[in-house]
Design a protein around this ligand. Structure first.
Ligand code: NAP
Length: 270
């Protein structure tokens, strides 16, 4: 039987744009009180107004996921406003393109701080409360690239793989507690992600937004709400990508040849 989400509060990081904003709207439409978190507070306030105008409940929480205390405060403000926290969606994240030999430890640490530790601080802040309540759902917005590294994205892929591995272990550890953990694996999605990737890559981005089809953030948001209603371990919006990445893991030599060809094509197209 599907879970009735009405009245179940969710806190979403990275809610000022893209997948996070779309997920906030979709969750609010499903009747969930929503705590919206990101650094651009003006964006969050606009979204709160939209949700309230449609009859939903929402709060804006200025939050930098790089700061552990901000994740703690996000959970506390969610509980303060709505009485409990049923779900968290650790969605804040960014990417950059760089060859491995050109990367610095500082840039790798910075992306891990946001994409991975930002996720974990939210999990550590909310998870024990959910276990105590005997119900809850932790969502981590990882990526299809958590399963496969491609040129220029080693740091991003690794940060997403860390979410994936921790999410899977956590799901197994939480069995029987009433708390579920899901990882979300979007393919290329039309958000501000590619703009930020270009900015972070100092204008040198080659792969991002330069080929292949893309989906809307609403597609990912709908899949997340379906997963909240009927929990499953991994959320995918492209069966083709899921299967081809599984095959790429089984046959890495063949995958390397295909990826190298695509990499060359995109680099030449630029
Ligand atoms: N778009 C894609 O193709 C794609 C594919 C696979 C996975 N994903 C993943 O999906 C998630 C959402 O990305 P998106 O595509 O929706 O991109 P986006 O439009 O750029 O949204 C990223 C969100 O993360 C927030 N954020 C970034 N750093 C933060 C920090 N330190 N503290 C708090 N919030 C922070 C941003 O808000 P502020 O700047 O206002 O803080 C923004 O709301 C990311 O984890 C990304 O890795 C995206």
């Amino acid at each position: 039987m599907a879970i009735d989400l009405a009245g179940k509060p969710i806190a979403i990081t990275g809610a000022s744009s893209g997948i996070g904003a779309a997920t906030a709207l979709a969750c609010a439409a499903a009747g969930m009180p929503v705590a919206l978190a990101a650094r651009r507070e003006d964006r969050l306030r606009e979204l709160v107004n939209r949700i309230e105008a449609a009859g939903g409940r929402a709060i804006a929480v200025a939050c930098d996921v790089d700061e552990p205390k901000d994740s703690q405060r996000l959970v506390e403000e969610t509980v303060g406003a709505f009485g409990s926290v049923y779900s968290v969606c650790a969605n804040a994240g960014y990417g950059f393109e760089s060859r491995v030999l050109d990367m610095t430890a500082e840039r790798i640490e910075a992306i891990f701080r946001t994409n991975f530790y930002g996720t974990m601080h939210l999990v550590w802040a909310a998870g024990p409360r959910m276990v105590e309540a005997g119900a809850g759902h932790i969502l981590m917005c990882s990526s299809c690239l958590s399963k496969l590294a491609v040129p220029m994205y080693a740091a991003y892929s690794a940060s997403k793989a860390m979410q994936d591995h921790f999410g899977r272990a956590l799901r197994l550890e939480l069995a029987g507690t009433g708390v579920f953990c899901s990882t979300v694996h979007p393919v290329q999605t039309r958000t501000e992600f590619s703009d930020r990737t270009r900015a972070e890559s100092r204008g040198k981005a080659v792969m991002t937004g330069s080929g292949g089809s893309s989906q809307t953030p609403e597609t990912v948001a709908s899949a997340i709400v379906r997963c909240l209603r009927k929990p499953r371990g991994e959320v995918w919006t492209s069966v083709g990508t899921r299967l081809s990445f599984a095959l790429a893991t089984a046959w890495p030599g063949l995958a390397d040849r295909v990826i190298a060809k695509e990499w060359k094509r995109r680099a030449e197209k630029r």
